[in-house]
Design a binder for this molecule. Structure first.
Ligand SMILES: C[S@@+](CC[C@H](N)C(=O)[O-])C[C@H]1O[C@@H](n2cnc3c(N)ncnc32)[C@H](O)[C@@H]1O
Length: 185
């Protein structure tokens, strides 16, 4: 058997140290991310409880006239303040389609809906001019505290009306309920 040289042993040792440092770095990074994620989830819950006092979410949702099995779209859903509240209203045979142009709030919404066992919430990563909804797929659309952020509102509204087109005639729900920062008037 060929003897292993000192240089080879030393190189193997250096590789092991490098691997250990990389794993430790990744581990620390993951722990910090998890810690920050949990802190964000906590903050979201806390801010939303305070928001419940003035936002009148019950009135907003009632204005949509939803019923069990409906498909309701929340455009500009953020981390899901309304989407999570809409979920039990449409029930397990209905669905909430949460659209946002940012992936991070949608990720938090996914985690929150998973933690709450709300399996009827689906997310769509929308474009600034297109929420990427299927034509005739929605019973109602909520645009809450978001309209002022649209850079191409006309295009968004065209898509919104196309998405509710087929169902508008038969549904009792309101096709579109945009509300501003102060809640419904
Ligand atoms: C102020 S937050 C409101 C979030 C949520 N509706 C609420 O009431 O808590 C506005 C959200 O709209 C999203 N947004 C802005 N323009 C959008 C667009 N064109 N399509 C979808 N989402 C959009 C932003 O990324 C942001 O998450």
């Amino acid at each position: 058997m060929k003897p292993v040289s000192d240089t080879a042993v030393q190189r193997a040792y250096q590789v092991r140290i490098a691997l250990f440092l990389i794993s430790a770095f990744i581990g620390i990074f993951l722990l910090i991310s998890i810690y920050r994620g949990i802190a964000t989830l906590d903050t979201l819950d806390q801010t939303e409880r305070e928001r419940d006092r003035w936002q009148r979410p019950g009135d907003v949702i009632q204005a949509l006239g939803l019923k069990d099995t409906n498909v309701v779209v929340d455009i500009g859903a953020g981390a899901g303040y309304f989407a999570l509240k809409l979920s039990p209203i449409v029930g397990k045979h209905g669905s909430v389609v949460a659209v946002d142009i940012l992936k991070e709030p949608l990720l938090f919404l996914c985690i929150r809906s998973f933690l709450r066992n709300q399996w009827n919430i689906h997310t769509i990563h929308g474009l600034p001019n297109n929420p990427r909804l299927r034509v005739g797929s929605a019973d109602a659309v909520l645009i809450a505290n978001t309209y002022h952020e649209f850079t191409q509102p006309r295009s968004i509204l065209d898509h919104v009306f196309q998405s509710t087109e087929a169902r508008r005639a038969t549904s009792h729900s309101r096709p579109c309920a945009p509300i501003g920062c102060g809640g419904i008037p």
